[in-house]
Write a protein that binds this ligand. Structure first.
Ligand code: EPZ
Length: 430
């Protein structure tokens, strides 16, 4: 299996361009199937999760072509409605969006249970609640099967502002009869981007980005050309990369307001941040202060930035605290950081961090996608050499991470050599 070798303590300097948002792409790509037409998507990130989705759709006889590394042409006019036995579905949680899309278009869906990063129980009960409220009958045995004679708009109150449930209900509701209102909706940038994409196909979705989203069902959707937003979490990861290495990085192709909670927390610690229209400059170094972080749904501090922030705080003198309030059991990676000398005490959803002067290189494993990115950040900061294994997790959500870090001056190498995503595409393309 491939692994990364990182020789730490090079301050990262220069410019890095952010790729398209993974969490927008994994929703918008299946959403294209709602239009019995041709859709072209630009700024698609070149990552394994996208390659996997493309493979799942090709297995459903959807014509998917890469017009270039970041542009997909999707023609679903001859697709078949079945992915009950798809291996690809079991590899990623976001394949659950096929439920909303197939129910919305065909009023019938047969989908294998979604897989994905293992940090605790990750049910989809809120998704199912939404589908049933729209009129679907749902059975969850070996696979998830849903049927509806028709979908009728309704009011749905989400117990939790779930990203996946908000998007999935939108996907099922855009072709329903009547109006659906989602209360306590998630407001993440990728929720808004998915709503914007649906509207570009002729849907009528209003209020995305607020607590209440109203979807007026339409009879059909048409093709569209759409560009996906930049990745908020990839940008945040490179912001922390500058902070942990005492570097000076200009991060381009971003939407600064999507990064507000990350910028605010880094400034609180003492990191200098300068915003431009579509770029953000992050200058590390200097005396940093401990702080408290509580993860929350957007616009709060993102849970997907929690491991990265943990790495930074592990080297800030004093006592810091992280409260992981969004996701169950998302501290599994901490024992890997402790191998590098971090002084962290985890009690349930709370981590207490006593800053140490420096981390020391070690062999560590990525336990999920964002934890894998955090291990890379720790290696970039640590004294000596760090080896990161299980980096297939990182390939799922970070385009060209090794190349981007090398351009910033990191001393980092990947064993195994070839482009991991191309390997996934080739594997799937047959
Ligand atoms: C999305 O996951 C993201 N994935 C996750 O990012 C992210 O961590 C999460 O949102 C929170 O921002 C994608 O967008 C593909 P949720 P999702 O529904 O949809 C519970 C990454 O690294 N819940 O907002 O699963 C759930 O268990 C990935 O890019 C239910 O209980 O997030 C979790 O504790 C990791 N029942 C919490 O809500 C449900 O039906 C947040 O889940 C749905 C969710």
């Amino acid at each position: 299996m491939d692994k990364l070798c990182i020789r730490g303590q090079n301050p990262l300097r220069g410019e890095v361009a952010i790729s398209g948002s993974k969490n927008a792409a994994v929703a918008i790509i299946p959403a294209a199937l709602l239009a019995n037409d041709v859709v072209t998507l630009e700024n698609v990130p070149h990552i394994a999760d996208v390659a996997n989705l493309v493979s799942i759709m090709r297995d459903m006889h959807v014509q998917v072509d890469y017009l270039d590394e970041h542009t997909l042409r999707i023609d679903s006019r001859n697709m078949v409605n079945d992915c009950a036995n798809s291996e690809g579905v079991r590899k990623m949680r976001a394949s659950y969006y096929l439920l909303g899309v197939l129910l919305g278009r065909f009023k019938h869906a047969r989908v294998a249970f979604p897989g994905g990063c293992d940090f605790g129980v990750r049910p989809i009960d809120l998704h199912v609640k939404g589908f049933e409220a729209l009129g679907a009958s749902v059975t969850t045995k070996a696979i998830i099967e849903m049927k509806a004679t028709e979908l009728l708009g309704t009011n749905i109150f989400l117990d939790f502002a779930s990203v996946g449930a908000t998007i999935n209900i939108m996907l099922a509701a855009v072709l329903a009869h009547g109006t659906t209102v989602i209360e306590n909706a998630a407001k993440e940038p990728h929720v808004v981007d998915t709503a914007s994409f649906l509207n570009s196909m002729g849907a009528d979705v209003k209020g995305a980005g607020t607590d209440t989203i109203r979807i007026r069902g339409v009879r059909r959707l048409h093709g569209s050309e759409y560009a996906i937003i930049p990745d908020q979490i990839e940008a945040g990861t490179y912001m922390v990369a500058s902070a942990v290495t005492g570097g000076d990085i200009k991060i381009t192709n971003v939407i600064p307001r999507h990064l507000d909670s990350i910028s605010a927390k880094l400034r609180e610690i003492g990191i200098r941040i300068r915003e431009e229209d579509d770029a953000i400059r992050v200058i590390g170094g200097g005396r940093l202060k401990p702080t408290k972080v509580k993860t929350l749904p957007y616009p709060g501090f993102p849970t997907d930035m929690q491991p990265q922030m943990m790495v930074l705080l592990s080297m800030v003198n004093g006592t810091s605290m992280i409260n992981e309030s969004v996701t169950d059991n998302r501290f599994r990676y901490v024992e890997q950081l402790q191998k590098m000398g971090a002084n962290i005490d985890v009690e349930g959803h709370i981590a207490i961090i006593e800053g140490v002067d420096r981390l020391s290189g070690s062999e560590v494993a990525a336990t999920d996608l964002r934890a894998g990115a955090a291990m890379v950040l720790a290696g970039l900061a640590a004294e000596g050499t760090t080896y990161v294994t299980n980096i297939n997790y990182i390939d799922r959500g970070y385009e060209g991470m090794v190349d981007k870090l090398k351009l910033l001056g990191a001393d980092i190498e990947r064993t195994g050599g070839s482009d991991p995503v191309l390997r996934v595409i080739k594997d799937h393309a047959g």
